[in-house]
Design a protein around this ligand. Structure first.
Ligand SMILES: NC(=O)c1ccc[n+]([C@@H]2O[C@H](COP(=O)([O-])OP(=O)(O)OC[C@H]3O[C@@H](n4cnc5c(N)ncnc54)[C@H](O)[C@@H]3O)[C@@H](O)[C@H]2O)c1
Length: 354
């Protein structure tokens, strides 16, 4: 059915004003989803829902679609084929259940995906029972610089895989931003799951996106084959606009910003530059096209549930290592039903009180 048009809807359109920060949200990612549907053949943006009338009205000024005050009302009236869930993590599972009950075929659920190991287990069962197609927009695998870095790392040009290291400064955490880097680490290791993760964090009293948030965290993991990866969040770490470094046994690749590579190998040093203009939204559009193909009976999308459930597990496992004070192996055996950073925040407050 190559000409089938999928009716899409956005839930949680984004704050009417705001500049995006780790504690105030307001990235308005719903606007990116709307642009994505607008430029991807085979989609029509049919509805939007938000509990905040001002946010909904501002969105409708830019995207002229019917608006609804909540997800249930929208699902009943608009009957969309595909729904983007652009709300915070604590709301995702309930909204996915509502979509499945309404017969939605595809869901693009924002990261961080789920709030606890118990939620992830419940979601695995729901997806298996319903057959709903879910992706999480860890879109960077669709950016050429990251795809090329992966290919160089796999090619042997810089030797065996040794270590990928990445940083996220400006007060960002391991889930609202860091989950993208965790997904990239898997991308650089043939989409495998690490065997284990070991993490530590400083947690005081920060909150953002509806949950406790660490000030500073580090996690270290090992992939099958022995490649390691490490990410530090919260404080600035790498310099010279270096986003991440892939170190091999005979060279390295530095990802500069998100569009350039500096490669050191036996052949010498070189810079590779990939187009920046329009690159982000084009990547989102490629991702939506893959979801559509999957919904219409084609290949599963690279960011489909079986993959992104692993990235959510890695995100949760990283925090659970901090909670346990121990290395955590995958698959997770934990069954807790709480965002693990809340446990760390309670401990920090107890410490302050004594
Ligand atoms: N994939 C990416 O690259 C990317 C980039 C930015 C943000 N995000 C993620 O997107 C999510 C949203 O972040 P943001 O900064 O865009 O948020 P935001 O604060 O700009 O907007 C959230 C919106 O959700 C609405 N909302 C809250 N509860 C609702 C409910 N029950 N029903 C309907 N609407 C509801 C709010 O009114 C608001 O309009 C976060 O989890 C964030 O990590 C992902």
């Amino acid at each position: 059915m190559p000409n089938t048009t999928l009716r899409s809807a956005i839930v949680g359109v984004g704050q009417a004003r705001g500049k995006g920060s780790p504690t105030t949200g307001s990235f308005r990612i719903g606007y990116v989803h709307a642009q994505m549907y607008g430029r991807t053949p085979g989609y029509e943006l049919a509805a939007a829902a938000d509990i905040n009338p001002g946010n909904l009205a501002a969105f409708q000024e830019q995207f002229a679609v019917p608006g609804y005050g909540g997800i249930d009302e929208m699902l009943a009236a608009a009957r969309p084929d595909v729904v983007s869930l652009c709300t915070y993590v604590g709301l995702h599972l309930g909204m996915i259940k509502a979509c499945i009950a309404a017969g939605v075929k595809g869901i693009i659920c924002e990261k961080p995906f789920v709030a606890s190991p118990a939620e992830l287990a419940e979601l695995r069962a729901l997806v298996a029972d319903s057959g709903v197609k879910i992706i999480v927009p860890h879109f960077r695998r669709y950016l050429k610089a990251f795809a090329r870095a992966r290919d160089i790392y796999a090619s042997g040009e810089i030797g065996e895989r040794v270590m990928v290291t990445a940083a996220i400064g400006d007060g960002w955490d391991l889930s609202e931003w860091g989950s993208h880097w965790l997904d990239m680490f898997r991308f650089f290791h043939e989409d495998s799951m690490p065997q284990w993760v070991l993490g530590q964090a400083r947690v005081t009293d920060r909150r953002g996106f509806g949950h406790a948030m660490e000030d500073h965290a580090m996690v270290f993991m090992q992939f099958p084959g022995g490649g390691r990866a490490a990410v530090e969040t919260g404080v600035d770490y790498l310099n010279d606009s270096v986003t991440m470094i892939l170190a091999g046994s005979r060279g390295s690749v530095s990802v500069i910003g998100e569009d350039r590579l500096r490669v050191y190998s036996k052949a010498g040093e070189r810079i590779e530059t990939y187009e920046k203009e329009d690159g982000f939204i084009a990547a989102w559009s490629d991702m939506a096209a893959d979801l559509r193909t999957w919904i219409l009976g084609g290949e599963p999308a690279p960011l489909g549930f079986d993959h992104v459930a692993g990235t959510a597990e890695l995100n949760l496992g990283s925090y659970l290592s901090m909670v346990d004070g121990d290395r955590v192996e995958f698959p997770l055996k934990h069954t807790s039903r709480e965002w693990p950073v809340e446990v760390l925040a309670r401990r920090a407050h107890k410490g302050l009180a004594t």
